[in-house]
Design a protein around this ligand. Structure first.
Ligand code: ADP
Length: 367
């Protein structure tokens, strides 16, 4: 009989001890405050959060004293309610001992015995990272929605502009055919001017249309970037010959990518690296890759005119150009397009440059 009782006592002691270990190892702040708001229990996370020891806290501190006037003013309504026997749950912003602002989710549960509230249990969880992740997901969803709207808008514009463009072209052809011999030299010059503008508009609308359909569902595949690069270089053969450009590639990987788009990305960067060359300097372009955790970082370095620091970010905006067409032909779509391709591969693109000497475009791919 006696042994039975001892065993029970031993077991219950052990359970109490274990309970304390469990509470002390919990990531949540756990505490018990009596109805006079005096601390009767606090786990390790709780008392260290306030820079105290358990002995400092238990039986000695009142809630108001511990948390400070400002914080107490915010939690007071919930304390009043839980002491009336009602469960409470709320979010609370705190500044921890390191001075960081943290978001917490707090639960107060009344301790009721014989219909009387004896005190309340506190559980407080740090939800800062969770909230940040949630916020991040929300922002991505908003961004994706905005991108979709942009795509739809770009598609409508580019699509709808094609028809009047075609009409103008046909009327010009009619004028050319029927009135060519009656027109003065200057009028023919104007018509040629219109032709050139039309061509440019066609280039812009086509660029816009390609941009807008870029995010449509495509198949990821294993892509040998050496092979893609070779095809791009074949396509640019004439420009490479004309400019004597020297292109060197190292360590290019086999990676998961959207093959066609990946090719356009390389093509645009190499075309720019050649186009924005320095006068009297043979373009030298080095392409290389560095493995990342679950992805790749690829860089395209040139020895061209470079880009001033203030323009490093804005060149990735659609239609953003730093030069007029007399200096360098272009539409300002290329890098906007590159950015979108990189984002399609869950990566980022950026550039570093020494103005007058070189530019290095970096992009990552995590597809
Ligand atoms: P585009 O070449 O049609 O103007 P892009 O979007 O490809 O349009 O490039 C935007 C601008 O960024 C260019 O007008 C040019 O000023 C600058 N740029 C792009 N690539 C380079 C480069 N490799 N070196 C120097 N400037 C560059």
């Amino acid at each position: 009989m006696n042994t039975e009782k001892n065993r029970y006592n031993n077991e219950s002691l052990e359970i109490n001890h274990l309970g304390l270990i469990v509470a002390d190892n919990a990531k949540s702040l756990l505490a018990y405050w009596d109805k006079d708001q005096i601390c009767r229990f606090a786990n390790n996370t709780y008392y260290t959060r306030f820079g105290k020891t358990r002995e400092d806290l238990i039986g000695k501190y009142k809630l108001r004293e511990l948390v400070g006037e400002e914080s107490y003013a915010r939690i007071h309504p919930y304390v009043q309610e839980v002491l009336k026997g009602k469960d409470q749950q709320f979010e609370h912003t705190i500044v921890n001992l390191e001075g960081e602002t943290r978001q917490t989710k707090v639960t107060y549960t009344p301790d009721i015995e014989d219909g009387e509230v004896k005190g309340f249990f506190v559980k407080s969880i740090d939800i800062t990272e969770l909230k940040q992740a949630h916020e991040h997901e929300k922002n991505i969803a908003i961004l994706q929605e905005k991108n979709k709207e942009m795509d739809a808008f770009a598609k409508i514009i580019s699509h709808d502009l094609r028809e009047p463009l075609l009409n103008i072209k046909q009327y010009l052809m009619l004028i050319d055919n029927e009135y060519k011999h009656h027109l003065e030299e200057s009028a023919i010059g104007y018509i040629n001017g219109i032709h050139r503008s039309l061509e440019r508009m066609e280039m812009l609308t086509e660029g816009l249309l390609n941009y807008s359909i870029l995010s449509q569902a495509k198949e990821l595949e294993q892509v040998d970037s050496n092979e893609v690069l070779n095809r791009v270089l074949e396509k640019l053969e004439l420009t490479i010959q004309e400019t004597n450009a020297f292109i060197k590639a190292e360590n290019l990987p086999i990676l998961n990518a959207y093959k066609f788009e990946f090719g356009i990305l390389l093509e645009n960067l190499i075309t720019n690296a050649i186009k924005y060359r320095r006068e009297n300097t043979i373009p030298e372009i080095a392409i290389s890759a560095v493995p990342l955790h679950k992805g790749w970082q690829i860089e395209v370095k040139d020895n061209g005119i470079g880009i001033e620091e203030k323009n490093l970010e804005k060149i990735f905006n659609m239609f953003q150009r730093l030069h007029n067409r007399k200096e360098y032909e272009g539409t300002g779509i290329g890098l906007g397009y590159c950015k979108k391709i990189v984002e399609l591969h869950k990566g980022t693109i950026w550039v570093e440059s020494i103005p007058g000497l070189s530019s290095t475009f970096y992009f990552t791919i995590f597809a």
